[in-house]
Write a protein that binds this ligand. Sequence first.
Ligand code: AMP
Ligand code: MG
Length: 353
Amino acid sequence: METRVIPVDREHLQSEDFAEAAQLLRDGELVAFPTETVYGLGGDALDPDASRRIYAAKGRPSDNPLIVHIADTDALPVLAEEIPQSAWELADRFWPGPLTIILRKKEIVPDATTGGLDTVAIRMPSDPVAAMLIRVSGVYIAAPSANASGRPSPTCAEHVYEDLKGRIPMILDGGSVPIGLESTIVDLTGETPLVLRPGFITIEQLREVLPTVEYDPAVVKRVKDETIVARAPGMRYRHYAPKGELTIFEGDLDRVVARVQKEAEAKLAEGYRVAVLASEETKDRYHGLTVRSVGDREEEASVAAHLFGTLREFDSMGAEYIFGESFPEAGVGQAVMNRLMKAAGYRIVAVEE
Ligand code: AMP
Ligand code: MG
């Protein structure tokens, strides 16, 4: 299959330019498109064959459910039932935007889309390209991130092409996405509302609307291990992961820089291809090593925006070992560290001296 990459001019969006993409979606085919979080791989959410195509194109396990993207809150009662007041309040405050809400699904949403669950994940994206695609196609768009399963999520059309070339008919190229991390997911189907995945919208922001919201215990879980390689089965979560072995060092920044330099030099001396994940503030303090800055420590959003692209860069340089700094967990830093720790398979080293 030929994969066509169609540039879209976000300054001058015209519905005619979406006609072909919209037709593909109505025909049950797949279209990758930009959202404000990451690129999504879209298909008709109510068509089980389209959902199955998404899983096949990504190589994604079919029990990992998809997020359904909508352009209007009118879609909520079409897709979900037992909608609590809190869902409307969150939608009112954060939609369109990077928040996904889990609700009880209606019959109309096929099991293929929800991975067999009786709940459905719904989001209204703010990106005008995504919104226009949903409107013009007239379908609810099921879309996980448009990466091959296990790879870092795509933040530009080139990443999508890298992973899915030949597997999907079309990519809408809207340039680099502004946020760069997947949406915050909040589950409203239980007794206590839970954040299942941290994102650009922080738990503090959610609490302004929904004071009782908590993190799902799995989100805050972290395994610290001084022996560097924590290989207990089930602990090596191969999501967001670069191909090389990533280890994150945390603690006093000067000590972290010194330790990263030392560990990286040691692997280099053994003949491995080694890279360092650093920040604007520290990148010039390493010597004789391949260093990439992921952003400015003072601006969590800049780190978020460049994290996945940087992890992909390590892959293209063939890095076998990557040594990285940790980042402050304030605000969106919580989501940054969540992705970074998963990418590192929870290999996190506390630097004490
Ligand atoms: P992606 O957009 O690729 O990050 O994938 C969608 C994410 O939403 C996955 O992490 C899913 O596990 C999560 N998700 C989707 N639907 C549900 C649901 N009904 N319940 C819990 N998590 C969900
Ligand atoms: Mg994903």
